[in-house]
Design a protein around this ligand. Structure first.
Ligand code: NAI
Ligand code: MG
Length: 369
């Protein structure tokens, strides 16, 4: 039986409220026997800025580097709007992604049966949906140089962003896509724009090459990213794993997210390369949503995205697939029973609080196991 080290970074706004519900799930797993979790907690974002004048302290960074996984709530809020860019709450998250070298962002889009009518798309189109968008997170146009606005001197300015990808960056994300597909429905769709972008040509070539060198058992399909966007809304169930660059991934994952309803439901994982010695990856798990200052302190936050993010940690960091499935089933069962936080509630639905939703999910864990 292993003991896994978690660093909990609740952050700001609803962050601490939803983290409290994850702690209940961790406590339940620890009491149950099997692998256990040792948790440490620290400040990040505005909370860290208030305490240390920085969005994350060096001490907390060291803890993050030493942990088996970081479980992150959310950061930011109007209180820190005037704060300098380098020390803004968001800088804490960017620093973590950079120092842990989290080059891959996993965003599942899953349709829970009980919520199939909450989508703006037809029931048939999304019922049973379970796809995974894999976005390259540390390269591409958000980071490429030159990146500047220059004054052309004739009353005009020029803004420049540069999309850069090297072979190794595409190789490692492609490998991860094929490996993830093998644990799912064995299909990868790679999306780029090779018709107009050199990075797209290289992306296509490298993905093909990785496929030929050891992943030919996985079905590979290429799609232009704009057509992919259309297909994602037309018939999303045709996909299993979609792998794409930072920019297209940013947009496509947000589109995929909205297929299934509320922001309060969406988990994510950011993974690094496996360590040469231990084979373990650095990893950070967080809900897709932000700190929701508009509802912080009211008990209205939906904890499901946060709990499902911890579920992803069980799956991708700790090989606790059975427990990860159990968490997903407990969430589904809770929704099936009609429990709804305010963001999920339709007319006439009874509304439960953050804590009540967390308690109900833990009760289902107990029920189902
Ligand atoms: P947001 O995601 O915090 O909220 C958008 C809307 O969704 C709000 O109406 C909010 O109440 C609702 N919502 C979000 N999560 C919810 C949940 N779990 N349950 C119920 N309702 C939920 O995005 P917004 O308002 O644009 O940003 C608020 C702050 O969060 C800003 O300071 C922003 O910079 C920060 N932010 C942080 C992120 C992170 O920590 N990774 C990501 C996105 C935004
Ligand atoms: Mg986005």
């Amino acid at each position: 039986m292993a003991t896994h080290k978690l660093l909990l970074l609740p952050g700001d706004g609803i962050g601490p409220e939803i983290m409290a519900e994850v702690k209940k799930v961790i406590a339940w797993l620890n009491a149950r026997g099997g692998d256990t979790f040792e948790t440490e907690e620290d400040l990040v974002g505005g909370a860290a800025y208030d305490a240390h004048g920085k969005a994350i302290s060096e001490e907390a960074m060291q803890k993050a580097l030493a942990a088996d996984a970081v479980i992150f709530g959310a950061v930011g809020g109007p209180k820190w709007d005037g704060v300098d860019y380098e020390v803004r709450p968001e800088a804490g998250l960017l620093r973590l992604r950079k120092d842990l070298e989290l080059f891959a962002n996993l965003r599942p889009a899953i349709c829970y049966p009980a919520l199939a009518d909450a989508s703006s798309l037809k029931h048939d189109v999304i019922e049973g949906l379970d796809i995974l968008i894999l976005r390259e997170l540390t390269g591409g146009v958000y980071f490429g140089e030159p990146k500047e606005i220059t004054d052309l001197g004739n009353g005009q300015k020029r803004g420049v962003d540069t999309q850069v990808y090297d072979t190794y960056e595409i190789e490692r994300i492609a490998k991860m896509a094929f490996e993830l597909a093998r644990t799912r429905r064995n299909k990868v769709t790679s999306m780029e724009k090779r018709n107009v972008m050199k990075t797209g040509v290289l992306w296509h070539e490298v993905v093909d090459d990785v496929h030929k060198r050891g992943y030919e058992d996985v079905e590979l399909e290429h799609m232009l990213a704009d057509a992919g966007g259309m297909q994602l809304v037309r018939w999303p169930k045709q996909f299993d794993v979609i792998v794409t660059d930072n920019l297209f991934g940013d947009m496509l994952s947000d589109v995929a997210a909205m297929l299934t309803g509320s922001l309060g439901m969406l988990p994510s994982a950011s993974l690094g390369a496996p360590d040469g010695k231990t084979g373990k990856r650095k990893a950070l798990y967080e809900p897709v949503h932000g700190s929701a200052p508009d509802i912080a302190g009211t008990g209205a936050a939906n904890p499901i995205a946060m709990i499902a993010s911890f579920g992803m940690a069980l799956r991708y960091s700790f090989e606790m697939v059975e427990e990860a499935d159990l968490v997903d089933r407990a969430i589904a069962a809770t929704l099936e029973k009609g429990l709804r936080t305010r963001d999920l509630a339709g007319q006439g639905d009874a509304v439960v609080s953050t804590a009540e939703m967390g308690d109900a999910i833990v009760a289902e864990l107990e029920n189902l196991s």
